[in-house]
Each structure stands twice: as C-alpha cells, then as structure tokens.
Design a protein around this ligand. Structure first.
Ligand SMILES: C[S@@+](CC[C@H](N)C(=O)[O-])C[C@H]1O[C@@H](n2cnc3c(N)ncnc32)[C@H](O)[C@@H]1O
Length: 219
C-alpha cells in the first residue's frame, strides 16, 4: 500500500479510545476490553479496514481486532467509522484496533487468546532477502501459533500467485495442515457465500486477477 504520511495521525490514534498500542492493557485483557467472553478474531494488516468493519457488522456475536502497522493507514479506518456514525449507519461495537507490527503479537495477546487470524492481500515482499517479512513465512506462522487457540485457523487471500505458492510451501514444514485451498476463490460458489470483500480484493478482481485463498490449522 502506498503510504502518504499524515502528520496528525499518531496523535489521533493515541487519543482514540477504540485504538490500543501498548501491551500493558491488552495482553490477556481482550475479554475485559470488550466487556464479554466471545470468540476473538483478528485481521493482520487491515489497511483501511473495509473487511474488518463489515465482518464486525455481520457477526455481532464475535469480537474483532484490526491490526495495522501504520497510524496513517489506521486513521482511514477510524474516519470510515466516524463517517458511518455521522450518516446514521450502524457502527460495530465489537471492533477495536491495534497499532503494531504483527511480529509483536505475543506481547499483545495471551497464548490461546485468538480464534482466527485473517491475512488479506498481505504485502508480497518479492525480493528473496525479504522473504522473512512475508506474513505467510514460517517465521510469522510461528508468531501466530503463539497467540492462536489450538484449533484456531489462519485464512489467507491474495491475488499474488508467487506469494500464495510461497505460503503453501511454508505451511507443511512449519507444522500446519491445509484445510482449504483454491487458485480461484470467486468461482467457488460455496466458499463465496461467506466471502467478505477487502479493498484490495475488489480492486484486483475488477482488473481480472484471480483470487487465491487457503485456510490452515496447526497439526
Ligand atoms: C496491501 S495492504 C492490504 C490491506 C487490506 N487487508 C486489504 O486486503 O484491502 C497490507 C496492509 O498490511 C499492513 N502490514 C504489512 N505488514 C504488516 C505487519 N508486519 N504488521 C502489521 N501490519 C502490516 C500494511 O501497512 C498495509 O496496510
């Protein structure tokens, strides 16, 4: 995602009660933050938040945390919610935001705290020397393993075939099993019944790119 720095973004995120950026009041505290015991789902690299906002509205029985590295991107998700409220549209109460790098997730979540992680159109990091930065690398899969429930799943979507195949090649050696895989999600009628489009998914599928998806669970 091309990033335009927004000078006031840091302050806006720090002042917003929907946002968190410190492990002190988050790790092991998510049930308290949401005020109930419900399944917890995260999207890592949520961008402008279209997917997670729609998921939270669609599933009021689940709590959602949108994770994003950059404040300048996160404020777009916050503005989206503010706009909805101003226009009298429903705003999800079961959604919070974490400004952090995904590598730090074990500082922000207790072991077994998360039920599912969505990775949508993660940055491809095409250079070999940057492979460890890919969110579907063995390095990140072991980070996610430390916060996911034993039966927890990771759902990954991308239009980038190289990144998808790289992810597929990482899951076996990292000790994960493949529950579902397709190179053309949008032609899978059954899978599409529950599909919520992301910003990137809409953009790239309109261009004619096929969307790949896999779902994995720890063995
Ligand atoms: C290509 S965008 C996709 C946005 C959205 N998920 C979608 O599908 O429309 C990837 C987003 O992931 C964020 N991101 C990349 N690596 C990250 C990391 N290690 N931790 C947190 N966020 C990350 C980027 O800042 C960017 O906003």
């Amino acid at each position: 995602m091309r990033l335009r720095n927004i000078p006031w973004a840091r302050e806006a995120v720090a002042a917003d009660s929907r946002c968190f950026d410190s492990p002190d009041n988050t790790k092991g505290c998510w049930h308290r933050i949401f005020g109930r015991k419900a399944p917890l789902i995260t999207e890592v690299g949520m961008g402008k938040g279209r997917f997670i906002v729609e998921m939270a509205l669609k599933h009021p029985e689940i709590d959602f945390v949108g994770i994003e590295r950059y404040e300048s991107v996160m404020v777009k998700a916050l503005s989206k919610l503010d706009r909805r409220a101003a226009e009298g549209e429903p705003v999800p109460e079961n959604l919070r935001f974490l400004r952090m790098d995904a590598a730090d997730m074990p500082d922000f979540f207790e072991k077994d705290e998360i039920d599912r992680i969505y990775l949508n159109f993660s940055d491809p990091w095409p250079k070999i020397r940057h492979a460890k930065r890919r969110l579907v690398s063995g390095r990140f899969l072991s980070v996610f393993e430390r916060v996911l429930k034993k039966e927890g799943t990771i759902e990954f979507k991308t239009d980038n075939r190289e990144l998808f195949d790289f992810g597929l090649s990482e899951i076996g050696p990292a000790g994960w099993e493949l529950l579902y895989s397709t190179y053309d999600l949008h032609s899978d009628t059954e899978a599409m019944k529950d599909n919520v489009m992301t910003e990137y998914e809409e953009k790239f599928s309109k261009k004619g790119n096929r969307i790949c998806k896999f779902i994995i669970r720890k063995k």
